[in-house]
Design a protein around this ligand. Structure first.
Ligand code: ADP
Length: 271
């Protein structure tokens, strides 16, 4: 088999996607980034190849992206996460119609990307200065509430009361606010729904700086949280498309870029 790899080294998780010549996903892996970016990425790639039975020589081209992309020397090229996210989102959300806005929430940042009629990036805006409104904020909240980050969605969807209003716009103050709410015996689901709405409102404010156009795709690890998706739809007052594997969209985009780059070098993948 001939494959192309997209390696997305995020602040929180390394995502690797292997696609074949027909651009089908053959294997993928998500693993914590940790502090040894390069070693952990190499180990993740080796493990993915081993688990999928794909040999290293079958991977014709590797494109890396994300926060730590430049540290992965084995990559044939690097691409910005804005480009990779846009390419991946167009592919992952394509079945739902043309994607014009991508909202990505990652471990430590959030961004909104606008795409034109041809699927090119026409504008983008990013918040990478503050952990509020990111995956890290959700992890902090989950820890304080003693629930798993993967359980937040269920708590939100099963909650019957109104979301608690979270006033703090800073992670540190929000943490104290959550602890106070727990001490006042507020329902966990209502607090969690409040946190999701606070993140969604923050994201909406970010998006409004460049505008929002239909259709909107929401991706990144936090898009796995169905409660956050519901809050996002509520605050945006429109439906959002969430791909089946929202955390690997950017890595998928990088793999598609890898295939294009390989072909544009004049290499024939069918020999
Ligand atoms: P980055 O690319 O910046 O490393 P990701 O897009 O991988 O970030 O998202 C990481 C975040 O996704 C985590 O901080 C966490 O909040 C969230 N997350 C990861 N797995 C899940 C899950 N199963 N359910 C809900 N949220 C999750």
């Amino acid at each position: 088999m001939r494959c192309f790899a997209g390696v997305d080294i995020g602040s929180t998780a390394i995502k690797i996607v292997l696609i074949d010549e027909a651009e089908e996903i053959r294997a993928y892996k998500i693993t914590p980034t940790g502090s040894h970016f390069h070693r952990n990425t190499l180990e993740a790639l080796d493990a993915l190849l081993e688990d999928s039975g794909i040999r290293r020589e079958e991977v014709l081209y590797i494109t890396s992206t994300g926060y730590g992309r430049k540290l992965f020397k084995e990559a044939d090229e690097t691409v910005s996460e804005i480009t990779a996210n846009a390419v991946g989102a167009l592919r992952a959300g394509g079945a739902c119609g043309r994607i014009r806005t991508v909202i990505n929430i990652g471990g430590q940042d959030s961004k909104v990307i606008l795409l034109d009629d041809d699927g090119h990036v026409s504008n983008f805006v990013m918040n990478d200065r503050c952990a509020a409104g990111t995956g890290r904020f959700l992890e902090m909240a989950a820890r304080n509430l003693e629930v798993g980050v993967d359980e937040l969605g269920e708590y939100h969807l099963n909650c019957r009361g109104a979301p608690v209003v979270i006033n703090s716009t800073c992670t540190v103050f929000a943490e104290s606010e959550i602890i106070s709410l727990l001490a006042e015996n507020h329902d966990r689901g209502e607090i969690i729904a409040g946190i999701h709405h606070s993140i969604a409102r923050r994201t909406l404010r970010l998006a409004k700086r460049i505008g929002i156009e239909e259709k909107v795709l929401f991706d990144g690890g936090p898009a796995l949280n169905r409660g956050l998706v519901a809050a996002m739809e509520d605050e945006l007052m429109r439906e959002v498309v969430v791909p089946d594997l929202p955390q690997i969209t950017t890595a998928l985009g990088a793999a598609l870029v890898a295939k294009e780059a390989f072909i544009s070098r004049g290499e024939d993948i069918h020999v």
